[in-house]
Design a protein around this ligand. Structure first.
Ligand SMILES: [Zn+2]
Ligand SMILES: [Zn+2]
Length: 374
């Protein structure tokens, strides 16, 4: 079994989005500040015909001036160390605010990280699949293995190993040519509560299904995985005429690896194993990291900090809900932005689903975003 996204929120998770459009330059400035304005900032696309609606009461930001009203917020943000930022995020109730964006293996694309995802790295929590996948992409890019090691999404990996055969043709990656790669790194969910690493090494034509917990069935499980993967490749040839890797003689293999000592760190160990394998790729390393509760807590923090440090999300130009500089979908001709008094993040008013009455109300008081309302 593998974890399925069954809520509307989960549907958007783990999606790769196009590279961010260059933001329109509202970093310009405050053209008008009404006397009774609050600290709430509303920004609007320059040249908008509806500009006058905001002028009467909101702080309005428009292209073409020299003073940048974001300076204060930028300073506030930068004064926090990554450790403080992480403590702050981990200390809040989970939300769907965007907290990071990471480069994907898919050239020019970005992986969006919502607040609840790095929260799953908190001590004793079970890791979210999207965060493991993001960390794999990050490592593959860092190690410059992206051209040789394909990061397979965990839903497809789960389908290949244990899914409904009828669903599989929809996941056969017709645009991917495995001949360009020398291996696949992925992971699968077992019984909705356990992660296993799936490592496919095309150099030695071996499939490894690695259980972070102590297991005596790894050899059998890997052999079954090799068989399922061969069937998947044959299906790709049947459905799409893709013959890459189909003639390889795939076999199951076992790895020597550290084992899990608690009930919740399988995802951390899967991530660490994947990173070690990527570093040594295509060789098989001797994996020796420690898995005590102290080590796991420290690794969780290190991985979460890595996400924050490598993030290309800029709270001063990207919307905290959609991560874009323009509302997704068919946007209206005018884009209003609102800035949170708590964290300084900017949001498309449209993405917050704010009614015009609510919008009018925010001028009378400070406004706090979903992350800061908790
Ligand atoms: Zn937005
Ligand atoms: Zn906020």
């Amino acid at each position: 079994m593998w974890k399925s996204g069954n809520s509307a929120i989960k549907k958007k998770r783990g999606k790769y989005v196009k590279a961010i459009r260059k933001p329109f330059p509202f970093e310009v400035s405050r053209t008008e500040v009404n006397n009774d304005t609050t600290d709430v900032n509303i920004a609007q696309k320059p040249g908008s015909a509806v500009l006058s609606q905001a002028k009467d009461s909101f702080t309005t930001i428009q292209n073409g001036c020299s003073q940048d009203p974001r300076i204060q917020h930028d300073q506030q943000q930068h004064s926090e160390t990554p450790d403080e930022q992480l403590d702050d995020l981990w200390g809040k109730k989970e939300t769907e605010v965007v907290v990071a964006m990471l480069p994907s293996q898919i050239k020019g694309n970005t992986i969006i990280i919502w607040h609840s995802e790095p929260c799953s790295l908190r001590p004793h929590e079970w890791l979210n699949g999207e965060i493991i996948e993001a960390l794999l992409h990050l490592s593959a890019n860092k190690l410059q293995r992206k051209k040789r090691l394909y990061i397979l999404n965990h839903y497809t990996a789960g389908l290949i190993l244990a899914g409904d055969r009828k669903q599989l043709p929809r996941h056969c990656l017709p645009k991917v040519n495995f001949h360009k790669y020398k291996g696949i790194m992925s992971f699968v969910n077992v019984n909705r509560n356990h992660w296993k690493l799936l490592y496919i090494n095309a150099v030695n034509q071996t499939v490894y299904l690695v259980d972070p917990a102590l297991s005596n069935t790894e050899a059998t499980d890997s052999n079954i995985a090799a068989k399922k993967f061969s069937e998947y490749l044959i299906m790709r040839r049947t459905c799409y005429g893709k013959s890459d890797w189909v003639d390889n003689k795939w076999k199951g293999g076992c790895l020597s690896h550290p084992t899990q000592k608690d009930g919740n760190s399988c995802g951390v160990i899967v991530t660490l194993m994947a990173m070690e394998l990527m570093k040594a790729f295509p060789d098989i390393p001797c994996m020796k990291f420690r898995t005590s509760s102290v080590e796991m807590a420290s690794e969780r923090r290190r991985l979460a900090l890595k996400i924050l440090k490598e993030s290309v999300f800029d709270i001063s130009i990207h919307c905290g809900m959609c991560s874009m500089t323009k509302p997704p979908g068919t946007s209206p001709p005018v884009t209003h932005w609102i800035q949170c008094n708590g964290c300084g993040r900017w949001y498309h008013v449209q993405c917050l689903g704010m009614t015009s009455q609510e919008l009018r109300n925010v001028r009378k008081r400070d406004w706090f975003c979903p992350l800061c309302q908790m």
